[in-house]
Structures are given as structure tokens and as C-alpha cells.
Design a protein around this ligand. Structure first.
Ligand SMILES: [Zn+2]
Ligand SMILES: [Zn+2]
Length: 321
């Protein structure tokens, strides 16, 4: 099969089709999404080597005795050991020896096939087309912000960053009833939040006296954290959603003096994400900038890094081999 492989450089390879282990299914990948974290891999995040990619929708192609056979699925990205202290406390996402699909110790989904633990799979509802279902993972990650910061319909929330993740986060928080503002730099991207009732601002236009109960940093730029800390109210909460390959500067006085809580947030609930998609409360498809065949995976990675490009999808449905 064909796969987009990273070994210090991203390139296409022909690899043997993965053999599913005990409790695993073989998934034929249909569509896969290129995420910020994949671009961080190119810059050395986790020192990952292997098949890239973790956002996908696919169809279970084996083994023949699997109860999942033939089902259209999306999948959670963390593979836990099941017996370390975090796994025993129900924190499998934080398993000390976890593998993360396409990011750490485990081959990912930019390929014709991927082997996945059946425990990680969720069936994609028939009402949700492939090009929406492929957003289940980033949508789940966006939903996690609501839980992490205990956002209620009474909360005033500012989201920093008009990229893919910032837009998804602004959409889902607004759907939950809270008053949401989104700040960014690109009017065309900010406009995608307007149909969800989100108030939008260019960075330079954010009123000086606007402060928020919760500020979510999703810009992926170290300057986003400084902006978030400048806009949170005393005793408010800043949620850090972006991972950086390097370190971000932090002015600790901005945290200590106003007694601000700083929270990290990563993966989230797939069931809730699939429910939002099924009920059509969120339609992520306007985020798709390009769909390229897997064979053009290297070009797709380059496209995804260009300013102004939102989601780039890889069509992995080439003839099985
Ligand atoms: Zn992702
Ligand atoms: Zn574990």
C-alpha cells in the first residue's frame, strides 16, 4: 500500500499492508485530515518516525470475524497500555506508555490502510458524509474546552486564533449558548464564525476594556498566549489549546497577580462530536480548502502550511494494493 512516511523528511512509500494485532481492526482509510500537529511533526515534535496522520474516516476491512467489519468509522488517537497508574485511574488518554496514532510510536492514517484497536473506533452515523466525519477528532478536541474550563451559557468567552481549531472551538462554544468572541487577523476566516452568532474582531480592533471569563488560545503562535493573558478577567481562566514544537514565553506575573487559572486541553469526547455532526448543529465543510489524493501527500503538506489555507484533506481511497 501507499503511505506518507516521515523519517526526518516526509515522502511517499510503498509499505506492506499492516497486520492487525489482537483486538485490532484493519481500516481502509477513505479521507484523512492534515492537522497543525502533523505540521509540528515535520519540525521535530516528539521525534516521531513513521506513517503520519491521525484524523480520518474509513471502513473496516478486516479481520473477517470482527464485529466492526464493513462499518464506516472514525477513531480516537491514543492507544493506552491498560495497566499503568494512569490507566488504572481511568486516565487512559494520559497513559505513561501510550502510543498516539501518527504522532508517537504508532503508524498513522495517511495510508491506504491502518491497524487500529477496536476499542478506539466509533461508528460514523449514516447521515454524516465522509467530508464531515473526518472532522470528528478536531471537533472532539474543540468540545473538550467546554469541559476543561467549565463553560456555561452564562460565560463570556474569547477565542484567540482564526485557524481551523479556533473556528471549530468558537462554533461549538457558541452552540452551547455562551457569548463568544473570536479574534484573529484574517477577515475572510473570521467571517466563517458569523453564521454561528460569534462576534468577530481583528486583533487591532479588540476594545481595550473587553475582558472575558474564559480565553482560549488556539492561534498556535506564542503571541497568542500573551494576548489571552491580557484579555482574561481577574480569577478567570485561560485554556491553552495549541502545542508548540518549541517553548512559549510566559510572563508569570500576568498569571499570579490576577489569580488566573491556566489550563491545558488536548483530546475530547468523540460521541458528543458525532452527535453535533449528526444533528447538523455544526457543519465543518466550509473549512475544507483542498482535497488531494494521497499520492500528492507531500504537496498537500506544503499546501497546509501556506497562510490562509484552512483544512487540507487527503483522499486515500485509491485502489487497494
Ligand atoms: Zn489533529
Ligand atoms: Zn497505561
Amino acid at each position: 500500500m501507499q503511505a506518507l512516511y516521515f523519517d526526518g523528511q516526509a515522502g511517499l512509500r510503498h509499505l506492506p499492508r499492516p497486520e492487525p494485532g489482537a483486538g485490532e481492526a484493519l481500516v481502509q482509510v477513505r479521507l484523512a485530515g492534515i492537522c497543525r500537529t502533523d505540521l509540528e511533526v515535520l519540525r521535530g515534535y516528539h521525534g516521531f518516525r513513521g506513517v503520519m496522520g491521525h484524523e480520518f474516516v474509513g471502513q473496516v476491512a478486516g479481520p473477517t470475524h470482527s464485529p466492526w467489519l464493513g462499518k464506516r468509522v472514525v477513531g480516537e488517537i491514543n492507544v493506552a497500555c491498560g495497566h499503568c497508574q494512569w490507566c488504572r485511574q481511568g486516565l487512559a488518554r494520559h497513559c505513561a506508555s501510550r502510543q498516539v496514532l501518527g504522532l508517537s510510536g504508532r503508524d498513522g492514517v495517511f495510508a491506504h490502510y491502518v491497524a487500529m484497536p477496536e476499542a478506539n473506533l466509533h461508528e460514523a452515523p449514516p447521515e454524516v458524509p465522509d467530508d464531515a466525519a473526518v472532522f470528528a477528532e478536531p471537533l472532539a478536541a474543540a468540545l473538550q474546552v467546554i469541559e476543561a474550563a467549565a463553560i456555561t451559557p452564562a460565560s463570556r468567552v474569547l477565542v484567540v486564533g482564526d485557524g481551523r481549531l479556533g473556528l471549530l472551538i468558537a462554533w461549538v462554544i457558541s452552540r452551547q449558548g455562551a457569548a463568544v468572541s473570536l479574534v484573529g487577523r484574517r477577515p475572510g476566516k473570521l467571517a466563517l464564525a458569523v453564521p454561528y452568532g460569534v462576534e468577530i474582531f481583528l486583533e487591532k480592533d479588540l476594545p481595550d476594556d473587553s475582558f472575558y471569563d474564559v480565553v482560549v488560545e488556539a492561534s498556535g503562535a506564542p503571541g497568542g498566549l500573551a494576548l489571552a493573558l491580557a484579555r482574561v478577567r481577574p480569577q478567570g481562566t485561560v485554556v491553552l489549546k495549541s502545542t508548540y514544537a518549541g517553548a512559549a514565553p510566559l510572563d508569570t506575573a500576568r498569571l499570579v497577580v490576577p489569580e488566573v487559572r491556566l489550563i491545558g486541553s488536548r483530546c475530547g469526547p468523540f460521541d458528543a462530536a458525532l452527535r453535533l455532526l449528526r444533528q447538523k448543529l455544526v457543519d465543518p465543510r466550509p473549512l475544507i480548502s483542498h482535497i488531494l489524493p494521497l499520492a500528492q501527500g507531500v504537496e498537500a503538506l506544503a499546501l497546509a502550511q501556506q497562510p490562509g489555507v484552512l483544512k487540507v484533506l487527503l483522499d486515500c481511497r485509491a485502489a487497494a494494493d
